[in-house]
Design a protein. Structure first.
Length: 235
């Protein structure tokens, strides 16, 4: 299993590459972090000479997801209502596997990544995940139809329609070369009680489309291997 290590200096203006602790990403009472490149590795990074990625030990952003939930009391052909879903309700007190992808109905997301996580859902749960979430910068209507198209029965789909969660994770990229606007870079994470404890990011994050939509680092088998090797403390 490999983790991203940003050895190169950030390009001018590319704040997401900088080794900083954005104020908007952390609650006011969050403990201070030391240098993420020099501290010891508490979460079992496979290569003893490999530096710990800078996402570890960070709190996930505090945002509200705009979701649609079924409510039979509404009646009619579309018995759904809006429901705000605070991120704390997703992550608080649980070990959550989160994977994020560029877009619903796009090729790799639809034919490989999302179906692979759906197929491995029982194994991920058996290895200690309380829940598995798929996140994309799409609205609730698109995510619902995509899940229906794929026949998703186990995964939970998170619509990050405005990109607020993705932006504050530092993973919002431009896909203007495809006419997509802003989307999420492909990654996966294990989150314990709102804190990131494992991070799997595809290489080559960029805004110019200078990639072939890589998929491998964030595949579910890598996450499963990590879960098996790192049972939750006290769990």
């Amino acid at each position: 299993m490999r983790f991203r290590c940003n050895a190169a200096l950030p390009a001018p203006g590319e704040a997401r590459w900088q080794n900083v602790r954005p104020r908007h990403l952390f609650p006011a009472n969050a403990p201070a972090l030391d240098d993420p490149w020099t501290r010891t590795r508490p979460h079992g990074v496979a290569d003893p000479d490999q530096k710990e990625p800078d996402m570890l030990n960070r709190h996930v952003p505090d945002v509200t997801f705009k979701t649609r939930v079924r409510d039979e009391s509404i009646g009619g052909e579309n018995p759904f209502r809006w429901e705000d879903l605070p991120s704390a309700r997703v992550f608080d007190g649980k070990r959550v596997v989160l994977f994020s992808l560029p877009g619903a109905f796009t090729p790799t997301c639809t034919t490989e990544q999302c179906p692979a996580y759906e197929a491995m859902y029982p194994e991920l749960r058996a290895a200690g995940a309380d829940e598995v979430y798929c996140l994309s910068v799409n609205d609730a209507f698109v995510m619902y139809q995509w899940g229906k198209h794929l026949g998703i029965k186990s995964l939970k789909l998170l619509p990050d329609g405005s990109g607020d969660f993705t932006r504050r994770m530092g993973m919002l990229v431009k896909k203007d070369h495809l006419g997509f606007g802003q989307r999420s870079w492909r990654y996966a994470a294990v989150v314990d009680d709102e804190v990131i404890v494992a991070w799997f990011e595809e290489p080559g994050i960029n805004d110019e489309g200078a990639d072939d939509d890589p998929y491998g680092e964030s595949a579910p088998d890598r996450v499963l291997d990590w879960l098996k090797a790192n049972p939750r403390q006290g769990g």
